[in-house]
Ligand binder design. Structure first.
Ligand code: PBG
Length: 328
């Protein structure tokens, strides 16, 4: 009786519709390959994307987020807007199989596609002397991001998700899309993205670690919370449709803050690779109850105010929900 009472008055609920499942699409693979630092998670060839998505859809998941792992990289990341690239091909095949039953979002960033691994074009910093004199050319990057987003929209993407934290990226992408008649493609902006060490396993998965330097010039300082309001406000002004906070777990206060400042905007939170790997590692050691911890984490992200949780736990969690699992 007590547990029924607790269930009916519970403030927060988890449903599979809350989850957005990331999929790594690797141009070089012919079969799925497990990511060593993310036990149970795989990179996929374009040919197995339908099967992965089908499993998710059968469990009630309604959205995926695609990341590409290309064969070739160059200084300008030009393979990112190849209309025959892995992401573009995967979008086409998902949309033709699932139509409106599945929302297909794509990551728009250059870091997997550039030889140096940065999210934007790298140029020499003339004001600086000595070693390490480089900087990101923000404005030149915007034009390329517009091309990438357009190539995803042409393939049929419902949402494009710029993750590089370049200033003005949302507006540049909105203009590039509208110019070609893609007014109804939504933009989910990684508005509030911290320079975090929780992205480690992802960089292994996507082969996107910077070859030199780091991302502190354009990602946020973990010591700042109120700055998130400024970042989100800029994206709102530029026309973002969905906002995002990333990572999730160490930034629950920021999720709450952004949701209370912009309650009329859907908010996504990215439960990132390092958060997933920590759960898997501790569970493998027998130190935590994996299912309970997973539910507690996902619930806390919802409780903080996220509408959408981008999570590598999506399928496992949806399956448990379907089976009626309830650890509370
Ligand atoms: C950048 C990008 C990153 C992640 C998603 N998009 C890595 C980064 O900023 O270095 C990380 C996601 C994760 O850790 O799960 N394209």
């Amino acid at each position: 009786m007590l547990s029924t009472l607790r269930d009916i008055v519970a403030e927060t609920r988890l449903t599979p519709e809350n989850f957005m499942m990331p999929i790594f699409v690797d141009e070089e693979l012919t079969e799925p390959k497990e990511i060593p630092s993310m036990p149970g998670y795989h990179r996929h060839p374009v040919s197995s994307v339908i099967e992965v998505a089908q499993r998710a859809v059968d469990l009630g998941i309604r959205s995926v987020l695609l990341f590409g792992v290309p064969k070739s990289k160059d200084e300008r990341g030009s393979s990112a807007y190849n209309s025959r690239g892995a992401v573009q091909e995967a979008v086409r095949s998902l949309k033709s199989s699932f139509g409106s039953d599945l929302v297909v979002a794509t990551d728009v960033c250059l870091c997997q596609y550039t030889s140096h691994g940065h999210c934007g074009l790298v140029v020499r910093d003339r004001k600086c002397r000595g070693k390490g004199c480089w900087k990101i050319d923000n404005d030149a990057t915007l034009e390329i991001l517009g091309k990438v987003a357009l190539s995803h929209a042409e393939a049929g993407a419902d949402i494009v998700a710029p993750s590089g934290m370049m200033d003005g990226m949302v507006m540049a992408i909105r203009e590039a899309l509208d110019r070609e008649g893609y007014e109804d493609v939504a933009i989910m902006s990684y508005s509030v993205k911290y320079a975090s060490s929780f992205y480690g396993p992802f960089r292994e998965a996507a082969n996107s670690a910077p070859q030199f330097g780091d991302r502190r010039s354009h990602q946020m300082d973990p010591r700042n919370a109120f700055e998130s309001i400024k970042e989100a406000a800029l994206d709102v002004e530029e026309g973002a449709d969905i906002l995002m906070v990333k990572p999730a777990l160490a930034y629950l206060d920021v999720i709450r803050l952004v949701k209370s400042e912009f309650p009329h905007y859907p908010l996504a939170a990215y439960n990132v690779s390092g958060e997933y790997s920590m759960v898997k590692a501790a569970a493998a050691m027998g130190w935590i109850d994996e299912r309970k911890v997973m539910f507690e984490i996902l619930t806390s992200i919802r409780r903080a105010g996220a509408d959408i949780i981008i999570t590598y736990h999506a399928v496992e969690a949806a399956k448990l929900i379907r089976e009626g699992y309830n650890p509370f």
